[in-house]
Design a protein around this ligand. Structure first.
Ligand code: SAH
Ligand code: TYD
Length: 406
């Protein structure tokens, strides 16, 4: 029986996806035989209502010197992080010679903006290959996992932190109590923890169940996070919904009683209550909708194959590992997946072993249909692929519903 990583209560999964490979584990043919699988299951804690995985993969299997995800691959994400950095600088950096620390700084997509302005900064990034890209840009990066010990070392070498940032990383941290002890030690008395992650409300509303995979240990709501922070004398003082990653939430957190809580926090709390996110039944109904989506998509792809249509995948996302494996969509239904990341090209998708090809291949011979696996970048992709659509090509979406898009 699994236990909640936040409050220790017993937790039952609301969905079991069965055996899953590592979501970002793109591999070569000679690695098929030794591919690693684990049980992917998610549950909602009946006591603190934190939605989370109930079986976990050791982080060292996920984040290492061959990590496949380079943040700077998307131009819309680059813009997003430029705005994020501007917001932090404008609204939260005060005093002389402030220090910004980012957890999960990847290839430096965010920190580069602080570096360029001469602001003191440190990135904490355990995946050596992406950390190296940041280091080559001149960004001060420490190749380590963030936890209480790393926080202690940072404090010793750099002093207390004005703003601690995390983008798409807090939900990756299974030992949240060690992380929070670290945050408590590191932050100045009036410092801020600012982080954003995919938002549970969006996942439920859009049935974007492909967000459920090994790296995403938690699916945050404001209410469940508030319970966690209250144990460390901290509170959420502002929230701001973000469009990235299919619907994210940015949380600004401070020590209790130091900052004014913005009305947006109370409004989101009320919204979560009305959506039922503050209940143990938060994810009820999701399981049925997941099954329905997978069945519909599989049926559509089978029909297209029977009609002799060529279908490829667009974007070898880690998310798509859950979809493709659970819906049993393999190379018989998807010819290949187009992806712009050089390190993924020439490899195969985890579990289903669909070949990953360059975007050049896509452009050279357009297929009839492209399954939009990187649906969270849909606007950017559709804008860039007008020629494909002009030549009669169509995208297939599956979030929030299975649909042939114009
Ligand atoms: N912030 C970037 C990267 C998100 S991917 C963005 O939003 O695009 C998550 C990143 O967190 C990976 O680069 C991974 O190596 C890193 N990571 C995972 N566990 C970590 C930990 N305990 N401490 C710091 N970084 C971690
Ligand atoms: P993303 O959806 O950001 O992440 P995750 O892996 O967390 O699910 O991944 C986007 C992937 O899609 C990445 O491998 C790059 C690829 N991609 C393209 O191939 N073309 C594009 O135009 C864009 C925006 C992304």
């Amino acid at each position: 029986m699994a236990h909640c990583l936040i409050c220790g209560m017993q937790i039952d999964p609301f969905i079991t996806f069965g055996k899953m490979p590592i979501a970002n584990g793109f591999l070569s043919a000679d690695e098929f035989e030794k591919e690693f699988f684990y049980e992917l299951k998610a549950g909602c804690c009946s006591w603190c209502h934190m939605v989370q995985l109930t079986d976990h993969v050791d982080p060292s299997r996920l984040f290492h010197e061959n990590y496949a995800y380079f943040s700077s691959i998307s131009s819309s994400m680059a813009k997003h992080f430029e705005w994020f950095a501007d917001t932090v600088q404008r609204d939260y950096l005060r005093g002389r010679d402030p220090l910004v620390v980012e957890i999960g700084s990847n290839d430096g997509i965010l920190l580069q903006h602080f570096m360029q302005k001469g602001i003191r900064h440190v990135g904490i990034e355990p995946s050596a290959n992406v950390a190296q890209v940041a280091i080559e840009k001149g960004i001060h990066t420490v190749c380590r996992f963030f936890d209480e010990i790393t926080a202690g070392n940072l404090l010793k070498h750099h002093g207390p932190v004005d703003v601690l940032i995390g983008a798409n990383v807090f939900c990756h941290l299974p030992d949240m109590h060690s992380v929070m002890r670290g945050v408590q030690r590191l932050l100045k008395k009036d410092g801020y923890l600012i982080f954003e992650d995919p938002y549970l409300g969006d996942i439920i509303k859009k049935t974007s169940f492909d967000q459920i995979y090994d790296e995403h240990v938690f699916y945050f709501s404001l209410s469940a996070l508030s319970f966690l922070f209250s144990q460390y004398g901290m509170e959420v003082i502002d929230v701001a919904p973000q469009e990235v990653h299919g619907g994210s939430m940015r949380y600004v957190v401070g020590r209790k009683g130091i900052h004014t809580i913005k009305p947006e926090v109370y409004a989101l709390m009320a919204q979560e209550e009305s959506m039922g996110l503050t209940l143990a039944s938060a994810c009820d109904g999701l399981r049925e909708r997941i099954y329905e989506c997978c069945e519909q998509l599989r049926r559509l792809l089978q029909e297209l194959r029977q009609q002799g249509k060529r279908v490829v995948g667009y974007g070898a996302t880690s998310k798509s590992t859950t979809l493709l494996n659970f819906a049993d969509i393999g190379p018989d239904l998807i010819e290949y997946i187009s992806d712009t990341t050089p390190g993924k090209q020439g490899k195969y998708s985890p579990g289903m072993h669909i070949p990953i090809e360059s975007h050049q291949r896509f452009k050279e011979s357009y297929p009839d249909y492209a399954l939009l696996l990187a649906w969270n970048h849909g606007t950017e992709i559709m804008a860039n692929e007008q020629e494909f659509q002009r030549q009669g090509g169509k995208f297939i979406g599956y979030v929030p519903e299975v649909k042939i898009l114009g």
